[in-house]
Design a protein around this ligand. Structure first.
Ligand SMILES: Cc1cc2nc3c(=O)[nH]c(=O)nc-3n(C[C@H](O)[C@H](O)[C@H](O)COP(=O)(O)OP(=O)(O)OC[C@H]3O[C@@H](n4cnc5c(N)ncnc54)[C@H](O)[C@@H]3O)c2cc1C
Length: 431
């Protein structure tokens, strides 16, 4: 018995020693593994940092190159209208075509800032004078020397016995490949600054998608990982411009987040495949989807959407300088600030149209000087009627004008954009 106990003691002390050895070795191996793992992670992290720094460096080089191109472009900018040939006309979706425009003289076209538009002078048959219209460039600056615009035919309101839109109908129903158009150099203050890295939220409704496509494509072309949250509203898949292209972009770029709202989906439209939300794009939708409000916002769409989004974004605490918007038509009628004379119930304001030799009493019911002049039979050339194209710019010989709080861009010093301005005092206009 004693012999058995002695044997057991020998075995167990040998086993304990063995166990301790195993534990120590495991600990050592674990330590070694953790050390190696940490090293590998550090290496991975450092590589990631290096890649990021490399990418940032590439982007800032590209941004610097872009700035040089822009400066060069500004030097080369063409004055007045230049001839462009319709190189390609492509049906995008119901009543919407894209037009690829190549310079007729074959010389290089200038760069532009994504979001800017072209101004067209269109000779529509049976119109008494050329029609001026603006169309946003719907693609990023490209190396193949053409611009792309995407135009929706403006149909007459249902039930109204008025004609369809003059220019857009001409583009859609009459303009063909090979035709020549008169185009002014790109312009406009609604654009994305490519030298910045701030994540962006693009909000568009209907054909308001055009400047957003330009902005998104410009970011992607730079190889930038800048975050893009793209909210687009359409009636349904039949009116969803560049649907397939956008879906492809989302598959290929993890920095692009697309959110589509259909206000009137077709029975065949599938939720979470064709669209993500039924209804309109609103700021409460944005709040549900976005991680924060710390973005730069770009909005273009129907007046009601723009008005609503701009107001609600400001209420959400987004600084004014981070909310950018472009109207495709006359700006939504805001409760404009009454002019000084109206505020004080003061004297009537007189406008002297010097070249026409007429002095008329301002009608406070008019929204703009352009409306007033047209009412009184004084002709002022006009285009966009939203303060964008500059066609209605008139020199102010004396007096003061204001935009009545409805627009931020009063035009050049000593002149006024009559489509957005009202008189503040008596005026003498050079028209
Ligand atoms: C900066 C900017 C960028 C733009 N970018 C684009 C773009 O990328 N794509 C795009 O498609 N558009 C764009 N637009 C809008 C474009 O410039 C035109 O306003 C649009 O094509 C309509 O012009 P139109 O000549 O066809 O219609 P208009 O002849 O100006 O008519 C407009 C509407 O009024 C209706 N109408 C006609 N007569 C009457 C009447 N008596 N009473 C009531 N209604 C009437 C017409 O049926 C039509 O629906 C942009 C506008 C701006 C300012």
């Amino acid at each position: 018995m004693q012999l058995l106990l002695d044997k057991l003691q020998i075995i167990s002390s040998w086993q304990v020693g063995y166990l301790i050895g195993v534990i120590l070795l495991t600990g050592l191996l674990l330590h070694l593994f953790l050390h190696l793992y940490g090293y590998a992670r550090r290496l991975g992290f450092e590589k990631q940092q290096q890649d990021l720094a490399k990418q940032e460096m590439q982007i800032s080089i590209k941004a610097a190159m872009l700035r040089c191109q822009e400066a060069e472009a500004a030097r080369q900018v063409w004055n007045g209208f230049r001839k462009f040939r319709v190189a390609k006309k492509v049906l995008e979706c119901q009543d919407v075509y894209s037009y690829y425009l190549a310079p007729h003289d074959g010389k290089p076209i200038q760069g532009f800032k994504p979001g800017q538009y072209l101004t067209f002078q269109i000779y529509v048959p049976h119109q008494p004078k050329p029609v001026i219209r603006c169309y946003s460039i719907s693609d990023a600056p490209r190396s193949d020397n053409h611009f792309r615009v995407t135009i929706k035919k403006a149909l007459a309101p249902k039930g109204a016995s008025v004609p369809h839109g003059i220019a857009s109908t001409y583009f859609s129903d009459y303009l063909k490949e090979g035709d020549i158009l008169d185009v002014k150099a790109p312009g406009g203050a609604f654009f994305l600054d490519l030298a910045r890295a701030t994540p962006v939220v693009l909000i568009s409704g209907g054909v308001g998608i055009t400047p957003m496509l330009s902005m998104m494509n410009a970011i992607l072309n730079m190889g930038s990982k800048r975050q893009i949250w793209f909210f687009h509203g359409a009636r349904n898949s039949k009116e969803h411009i560049q649907k397939d292209y956008l879906e492809q972009v989302v598959k290929e770029h993890e920095n692009v987040h697309l959110f589509v709202s259909y206000s009137n989906p077709l029975p065949t439209d599938v939720m979470d495949k064709d669209y993500n939300h039924k209804g309109y794009v609103t700021v409460s939708l944005l709040k549900d989807v976005l991680p924060s409000n710390n973005f730069e916002f770009f909005i273009c769409g129907p007046p009601s959407m723009m008005d609503n989004c701009a107001v609600r974004l400001a209420e959400w605490g987004v600084p004014k300088n981070r909310i950018n918007f472009e109207a495709f038509g006359p700006p939504p009628k805001k409760k404009s600030e009454p002019t000084a004379a109206v505020k004080s119930g003061g004297p009537e304001i007189k406008i002297n149209f010097s070249r026409s030799g007429k002095t008329l009493v301002w009608d406070t019911g008019c929204e703009t000087i352009l409306d007033f002049a047209e009412q009184k039979g004084i002709e002022i050339s006009s285009g966009c009627r939203s303060g964008s194209c500059g066609t209605c710019l008139v020199a102010v010989k004396s007096g003061k004008v204001s935009t009545g709080g409805a627009h931020d861009a009063p035009g050049e010093e000593g002149s006024c954009l009559t489509c957005i301005c009202k008189p503040e005092t008596d005026l003498v206009l050079d028209i």
